[in-house]
Design a protein around this ligand. Structure first.
Ligand code: PLP
Length: 403
């Protein structure tokens, strides 16, 4: 008996923590996606900054198929070749000396926060455990990572929460200085806030955090789960700023659509996660590592990164033109590379989700970052014709909404 699942079946079988769009998408190719009725969409959402090479990129297909013919899983009782290739590439092309692999962004952050705590514990004792993070930041949905994230709506009803975590104002160094003391083990920051509103950090702010961390022997942790792996036009966003962290977390684009996460650390701090102190069954999974290595090697090519910066200009000018054509729809268009936020102007306040739905009806997939910001995170190699077509559809959605 053949049976085709419907969108209604989703609500029937799932815990109701998601409210997905009405369309069920079944196939993708590059930056185009098709639904069950064979309707076609331009993909400006990129699976939330994950599908960095679009859908079914031949290089990733080849890596996945080849590894599938060899071995799928071993656990951390045995090492494997793909994970070593991936780790070597991450070390060779970043500040890091050592890598921990896992399957998602929150796991990478969980490892980072635990490493920061344990490093301080081994060096200074248990009193040095305070983590300073930022309001409006996002670090994942485990209880530790939502607590560091500091958005009240994500912690409500789940307390008691982990202790020793405080929040400063993003891009406000004085607010960090006011909280910093000898009990601080780490400062955790996204070089560009993603979910919290697509806000790049100021260069002076990140430099100031580095200085403060050095002064108080605290670790600087960059969460680059969303901003990393080419998204901003550099391999990692910190490279724009010339500020090196002690620990960095990566996921999303790192797997190009295959679940993977990584925590990168220096030789100074990595030894604090000694044998048996932390782990993950799927960490370094051969399939995930093979795809991730292929994605990383492709994305780090200078012409790919240069293409991201070029595409940024296409999107920003396109969005500004749409805004101008419709009485100043957007108050501000911001972001770096291909993580772009368009903040709705006052007459449209809070209507980002309405625009997302109208855009879907016109055949273009987008994202939001909160109620007031339309967010785009397309493939890093989206063809010019798809950018143009997607923006034309987005403009039709704006017209639809205005009427
Ligand atoms: C998405 C995201 C996470 C969480 O990643 P998951 O893979 O969903 O666990 C953490 N930090 C940032 C900055 C993110 O954008």
């Amino acid at each position: 008996m053949s049976w085709t699942p419907s969108r209604e079946d989703f609500d029937h079988y799932f815990v109701p923590n998601y409210a997905p769009q009405p369309e069920l998408l079944v196939r993708g190719e590059g930056s185009r996606v098709w639904d069950q009725n064979d309707r076609e969409y331009v993909d400006f959402a990129g699976g939330i900054a994950v599908n960095a090479l679009g859908h079914r990129h031949p290089v990733l297909m080849e890596a996945l198929k080849t590894q599938a013919e060899h071995i799928w899983h071993l656990s951390n009782v045995y090492a494997n070749e793909p994970e070593i290739r991936l780790a070597r590439s991450l070390v060779e092309h970043t500040f890091a000396d050592k890598v921990f692999l896992c399957s998602s962004g929150l796991e990478a952050n969980e490892a980072a926060f635990k490493l920061a705590r344990r490093h301080a514990y081994l060096k200074h004792g248990e009193a040095k455990h305070k983590i300073i993070a930022f309001k409006q930041s996002f670090h994942g949905r485990s209880l530790f990572t939502v607590t560091v994230g500091g958005q009240e709506k994500y912690t409500e009803g789940f307390r008691p929460a982990p202790q020793g975590i405080v929040h400063a104002e993003f891009n406000d160094l004085e607010s960090v200085r006011a909280l910093m003391d000898d009990t601080t083990c780490a400062v955790v920051v996204e070089p560009m806030q993603g979910e919290g509103g697509v806000r790049p950090a100021d260069a002076d702010f990140l430099k100031g955090l580095r200085t403060l961390c050095d002064q108080y022997e605290a670790l600087l942790v960059f969460d680059e789960v969303q901003s990393g792996v080419g998204r901003t036009g550099e391999l990692y966003a910190y490279m724009h700023y010339g500020v090196k962290p002690d620990i960095l977390t990566s996921a999303k684009a790192l797997g190009g659509g295959f679940p993977v996460g990584a925590m990168l650390a220096t030789d100074e701090v990595a030894p604090s996660l000694g044998v048996g102190t932390h782990g993950s069954t799927y960490g370094g999974n051969p399939l995930a590592s093979a795809v991730s290595y292929a994605a990383l090697e492709f994305i780090r090519q200078p012409e790919v990164l240069a293409g991201v910066k070029e595409r940024h200009e296409w999107f920003v000018s396109g969005l500004k033109r749409i805004s101008d054509n419709h009485g100043g729809l957007f108050k501000e268009v911001r972001g770096m590379g291909l993580l772009i936020g368009a903040e709705m102007a006052d007459p449209w306040h809070g209507r980002a989700k309405d625009l997302l739905q109208a855009a879907m009806a016109e055949g273009v997939m987008t994202l939001v970052a909160g109620p007031n910001i339309l967010r785009l995170a397309p493939s890093l190699i989206i063809p010019p014709s798809d950018v143009e077509e997607g923006l034309a559809r987005l403009e039709r959605a704006v017209k639809r909404l205005a009427n």
